[in-house]
Ligand binder design. Structure first.
Ligand code: G6P
Length: 367
């Protein structure tokens, strides 16, 4: 992957479109798709010997770690402490001797993430780096490097690095589940076969660009947007809001849908678009209740779901973006794409400098 824009308007667009291919590289480093088994571990520990793990990162990388927490706890029953690195480094967290820490960073140079790494290193626990830049400081100071293989990412707002981080974290969570005895060989094969679907499904989602561009045209007219999601769609709601404000400068907030009643509902009126990220999963009905609360107050719902979710939503939406049906484990990988595309096209309609948004840096090497 060259750091050349080719025929694309922006690096961000190119990087969004590269995702099917780079996700498959990220996955293939950890799993063998001919057998649907994990490749041999390169980790200096076995997950069965751990009682918890710590994850720390900044920005979009932090949000991939937040998805990772759901996966490790769900598939491996392994508790995860996750923090924004600028908090982690100062909050004097007690470190379990039976733990390991993972630091997620596209650049591998983010100052706060590096400081968190050094805090854990001083505590003597094994350190893993989930990085894109392999010869970075964070990679060098770690015991094991898990490269995300996304290729150079130039757009300041991270896109393909996020989904590749997710691909690595999903593979790690499956490994943890197997090593800890919560996933048997059959589960391992099924989950890896599901991961293998990600590149194809991502390609299908990219074809929704025209519809998403139209939704973005409306979004570019507003001042505030609320994003809601539950479970692994909660970090995606945070990521959606982060992406939108970074590149379009529209004020956006991401919330766990269940928190709607505890604050953001006060903001809802006819002028407030609410992006609801809700695949038809175990708790879809709960998201429907939240949508009804929004609709009852005149909020304009933009629902990102699948066919089943569309049919079961029973709420009037301003727009419904219908994705293919996606296995649970890869939902956050696939649903990241429409979220990125919505922010991207909105920024294009606004005419902002998408690849170099004001006041932001690609790599934050000072505190
Ligand atoms: C900056 C970038 C973000 C990125 C964050 C963390 O804020 O603009 O896109 O997510 O830093 O960077 P890292 O290189 O550590 O992933």
């Amino acid at each position: 992957f060259s750091a050349d824009k080719g025929n694309y308007r922006h690096f961000m667009e190119k990087e969004i479109r590269e995702q099917p291919e780079v996700i498959s590289h990220a996955l293939a480093n950890h799993v063998d798709f001919t057998t649907n088994r994990l490749r041999p571990s390169t980790l200096p520990f076995n997950f069965k010997d751990l009682d918890r793990i710590a994850i720390s990162a900044c920005g979009t990388a932090y949000l991939s770690g937040l998805v990772g927490k759901y996966w490790f706890e769900r598939y491996a029953r392994l508790p995860v402490d996750i923090d924004i690195a600028s908090e982690f480094r100062y909050r004097e967290m007690p470190i379990s001797k039976k733990s390991a820490a993972f630091f997620i960073s596209q650049s591998g140079e983010t100052a706060d993430t590096l400081a968190s790494l050094r805090y854990c290193k001083a505590a003597g626990i094994p350190i893993g780096a989930i990085v894109n830049v392999r010869d970075s400081t964070i990679a060098r100071e770690s015991d094991v490097v898990l490269p995300i293989l996304a290729g150079p990412e130039v757009g300041v707002a991270s896109t393909k690095a996020f989904t590749c981080q997710l691909a690595v974290l999903a593979s790690l969570a499956i490994r943890a589940g197997v090593e800890r005895g919560f996933l048997n060989e059959e589960d391992e094969k099924r989950l890896i076969a599901e991961l293998a679907e990600a590149p194809r499904l991502a390609t299908d989602v990219l074809k929704l660009d025209e519809q998403i561009n139209e939704v973005a045209r409306d979004l570019s007219q507003v001042d505030h947007v609320l994003y809601l999601g539950r479970d692994t769609s909660y970090p995606l709601a945070l990521e959606g809001a982060l992406k939108l404000k970074e590149i379009s400068y529209i004020h956006a907030e991401g919330y766990a849908a269940g928190e709607l009643k505890h604050g953001p509902i006060a903001l809802i009126d006819e002028s407030m678009p609410v992006v609801v990220i809700a695949p038809h999963d175990r708790i879809f009905d709960k998201s429907v209740s939240n949508m009804q609360e929004v609709a009852a107050r005149g909020g304009r719902i933009i629902l990102i779901t699948d066919e089943k979710g569309k049919n079961a939503s029973a709420t009037e939406t301003a727009e419904t973006i219908v994705l293919p049906e996606v296995p649970e484990i890869i939902c956050p990988i696939i649903y990241a794409l429409p979220v990125q595309m919505l922010a991207y096209y909105t920024a294009v309609h606004m005419g902002t400098d998408v690849d170099q948004p004001r006041n932001l840096a690609k790599s934050v090497t000072v505190e």
